[in-house]
Design a protein around this ligand. Sequence first.
Ligand SMILES: [Zn+2]
Length: 106
Amino acid sequence: MRYPVIVVPFLKVSGMALYPFILVKNKQDINDPIIIRHETIHLKQAAEMLVIPFYLAYLLHYLYNLYTYGNHEQAYYQIIFEREAYHHENDADYLQTRRFWAWRFY
Ligand SMILES: [Zn+2]
């Protein structure tokens, strides 16, 4: 499934998944397959968890990591949902072959 992409110039990050939309900071990123795939993985994660629980789990995992590691960057990259998305953002076939709740393997 292809999700609608919206350009949000004041976005603090290059891309963001806000179900059911993908937000990108720069217009040219609409056609960036890596950013779009990364955010689409998050939208699939969100859909599989009925959206709100995904964002809660994401936030709680981030806060837990922040407490554990003591810095934002490591806390962010160690979120289980980010680990799956970064691991597969370069894999063009991943969205077709990804398993249900695949994030649980990360
Ligand atoms: Zn991400």
